[in-house]
Design a protein around this ligand. Sequence first.
Ligand code: GLN
Length: 384
Amino acid sequence: MQSAIPARSKLPDVGTTIFTVIGQLAAEHDALNLSQGAPNFQPDPKLVDDVDRAMRAGHNQYAPMAGVGTLRDALAQKVERLYGERYDPEREVTVIASASEGLYATISALVHPGDEVIYFEPSFDSYAPIVRLQGATPVAIKLSPVDFRVDWDEVAAKITPRTRMMIINTPHNPTATVFGDADIERLKAVTRDTGIVILSDEVYEHVVFDGAPHHSVARYRELAERSVIVSSFGKTFHVTGWRVGYCLAPAVLMDEIRKVHQFMVFSADTPMQQAFVDMLAEPQTYLGLAAFYQRKRDLLAQALSGSRFELLPSEGTFFMLARYKHFSDERDSDFVLRLIRDFQVATIPLSAFYTDATDSGLIRLSFAKDDDTLIEGARRLCSV
Ligand code: GLN
């Protein structure tokens, strides 16, 4: 439709997200999709039955703004059992309509125009645009291109009196690295006595491999006191389309986040919340997730062992980076297009996770896929 109204875009340089673009290309070229971090398999049928039952039992109207009470209780118990911190379900736990909503609500509630927000690149693609929409400045710190670790000296140097927030993400999308004890100690030190709020994106909290612990900020009272945790049911229960997650924060911060949440979505989907209460009652439903994905990681790595790609270690998430620089000097975005067109396999170029499109000759593979897809995807990549 024609319109004479000037759009006056607030995000003039932002296009459609890479996940949508690659997903469409994959469909057009009938490519196997190892791109988006979304399972191509089904959740536990019990979870679907529970939602069905909740709907039939009449749980079809607005949930309480902060989330179904029994679910907030179950979340507070889970977090205390796993990480030691006790969040008050009344004031400090909120069920959100996706982790994406939680990120948006948190940043827009707590970040003011003129503030600076430190985050690490490559990063999930929504962080910087959300910060910019607040009239604040995203300050990207690049992870080392060798092992994608945080250079904490650089972080200390980039903190200014205007730094209001630091966004961390462990396990990390897209690099599949996880924080260790040393990262936590440095995080404590650089944020101590600063007034910086830590926004901790922990959506992959249950997908840490090789027996390593998940370094939730909820394990460290000093950090928990200045942090907002955003997590997801979608990743944990193979239901990324249900758009339900949760947020944990000290009451003084959560009060502000809820003010935004109530006007963005008011509340998250009711029947799903009812169903997650039952899932949380059985810890093996989420504690088995790391072993589930570790087997898929190893299957994919094994199936790619004869390929020309160099695989980077995947310590968590359901992603793996693969290097091709030594056999092609194509830009990663061109390389990914060629893989889709000529080899019918879709992946994500790492440059998509940088605001300046840094090209390191790396692609991101998602192994949240059934075994046949992983094996066939690897077979196609082996012929590249
Ligand atoms: N988190 C998922 C990924 O990184 C996808 C998110 C999305 O499609 N918006 O692949």
